[in-house]
Design a protein around this ligand. Structure first.
Ligand SMILES: Nc1ncnc2c1ncn2[C@@H]1O[C@H](COP(=O)(O)OP(=O)(O)OP(=O)(O)O)[C@@H](O)[C@H]1O
Ligand SMILES: [Mg+2]
Length: 223
């Protein structure tokens, strides 16, 4: 049995969580998942996120996004906590699910660490690549949908949603560097990363996501 991993990436407020929920409903209600079950090795659908994909990961997410007290988190501590979250999530959830044939929709994965801790925090890229390798144990996404929106637009949307976490509160400069990170990653991995123009309406963004997922499902079925 072999599942597939689809990752949604992008800056704060680009629409990842919104579009994952829509994709989940669509896959279940359109009959597409039922069709996949008969025509491929896909057996079920799961939705998850990083950080916070398991119970232990949820505790790490809380530390990362809503720490208590005044102590500033060191950049390397942040990087290591994201790596710990990923290691737990990959070994304890993603790999077992994929082995059972899951189609996984995952909110953020390794590219977020490169963009936020590499470009944003300016931590050494070799260190990040090594940690991603250790945490994933070689697991890579089959398809990454990069929801590309201007940082100002994304932050405004996130602000209106009203859950200001520690990362959202970082400087505009920081978020611009993160955006540059996603841009360069998409250029470097055109096979894996599909850019979606996320500046448009939810409905229009969703249409492109449906098309990208359908295209890749067909490719995987033919493989
Ligand atoms: N295309 C869109 N146009 C306008 N508003 C949108 C669009 N997509 C999502 N929103 C709204 O913007 C807010 C942020 O969306 P969402 O939470 O899905 O983003 P996100 O990428 O998951 O953010 P975060 O990185 O903070 O988790 C929500 O209130 C959502 O309803
Ligand atoms: Mg979200």
């Amino acid at each position: 049995m072999q599942g597939r991993l689809i990752v949604f990436e992008g800056v704060e407020g680009c629409g990842k969580t919104t579009q994952i929920a829509r994709s989940q409903t669509w896959l279940l209600e359109s009959g597409l998942l039922a069709q996949l079950k008969t025509q491929s090795q896909i057996s079920h659908l799961v939705v998850t996120r990083e950080p916070g994909g398991t119970e232990l990961c949820q505790a790490i997410r809380q530390l990362l996004l809503h720490p208590t007290g005044q102590e500033a988190m060191q950049n390397r501590t942040e990087l290591l906590l994201y790596a710990a979250d990923r290691s737990q999530h990959v070994a304890g959830f993603l790999k077992p699910q994929l082995a059972k044939g899951a189609l996984v929709l995952c909110d953020r994965f390794t590219d977020s660490t490169i963009a936020y801790q590499g470009y944003g925090r300016r931590l050494d890229r070799n260190l990040i690549d090594q940690l991603n390798q250790i945490a994933t144990d070689g697991l890579t996404s089959d398809l990454t949908l990069w929801l590309d929106v201007a940082v100002e637009v994304g932050l405004m949307r996130a602000k209106q949603r009203g859950t200001g976490d520690r990362i959202e509160q970082a400087t505009l400069d920081f978020h611009q560097r993160v955006q540059q990170g996603f841009t360069e990653l998409a250029q470097a991995h055109p096979q894996r990363i599909v850019r979606i123009d996320a500046s448009r309406s939810e409905e229009q963004v969703f249409k492109d996501i449906q098309a990208a997922i359908q295209h890749h499902l067909k490719r995987w079925q033919a493989a």
